[in-house]
Design a protein around this ligand. Structure first.
Ligand code: FE2
Length: 228
């Protein structure tokens, strides 16, 4: 399943697709699991439009457990050692009020300064309208290193001298992102069909969930602490 090209793509681009790689019936089953899961037991964000079910593989849904096993085998092949996820997140997004800046702005971020690698299953079709993930390619490596030392991009110097070490990398303002785009970086929308899988090094690439405008987005994500 993991071939040399996939390894090369991840090493170079920090993400890659495995198209049409998971069974449609199992995807439908996962979709029902997310829909049927009580909101009261889920984490609800963005004014109730986002439903997050953490440790989703602990609720006995066989389609989710199957996917986690499949995902583990992919990542274990990449890392050449047996890997299990730190967490498994099943989530859905409904449309947000697009004029409400609190729901649509401030979404760009790096996930972490240490390693974090995610395997995403497109539980249903994902489009530019229903809240696809967007990444900014080539924001890893030297780019990220420079931004760590650029005052007030990820950190302000005051973060170093006081105890208020807010994780500035978890919310990079839209105006800072616009400057990066103005300098020639391009956003990439990770759209796809039900059953597609995307592997992303989310600690290395600036990314966000774009605001859902219509329809509903369903995703399953396995989180790993290591990446090639
Ligand atoms: Fe993220």
């Amino acid at each position: 399943m993991i071939n040399a090209q996939i390894k090369t793509d991840i090493k170079k681009d920090r993400f890659t697709y495995l198209r049409d790689s998971y069974d449609a019936e199992k995807c439908k089953n996962i979709k029902s699991f997310i829909d049927d899961f009580p909101n009261s037991k889920a984490e609800m964000n963005y004014g109730g439009s986002e439903k997050r079910i953490w440790m989703a593989h602990r609720y006995g849904n066989e389609s989710i457990i199957d996917f986690v096993n499949f995902s583990n085998s992919l990542v274990s092949q990449l890392c050449k050692q047996s890997m299990a996820p730190l967490n498994v997140l099943a989530y859905s997004n409904l449309p947000v009020e697009i004029t409400d800046n609190r729901l649509t702005k401030g979404r760009w971020h790096y996930d972490s300064f240490s390693k974090l690698f995610k395997v995403f299953l497109f539980v249903d079709d994902i489009t530019e309208n229903n809240g696809c993930m967007e990444i900014i390619p080539r924001t890893n490596g030297v780019f990220k290193l420079k931004k760590i030392f650029e005052n007030n991009f990820l950190f302000h110097y005051r973060h170093i001298f006081n105890k208020q070490k807010r994780q500035a990398y978890d919310a990079i303002s839209d105006s800072k992102i616009q400057k990066i785009l103005d300098k020639g970086h391009k956003k990439k929308s990770l759209t796809g069909s039900q059953g597609d899988i995307v592997l992303v090094d989310t600690a290395s690439l600036i990314h966000r969930a774009s605001p859902c405008r219509e329809g509903k987005r369903y995703l399953l994500a396995c989180y790993y602490p290591k990446v090639i």
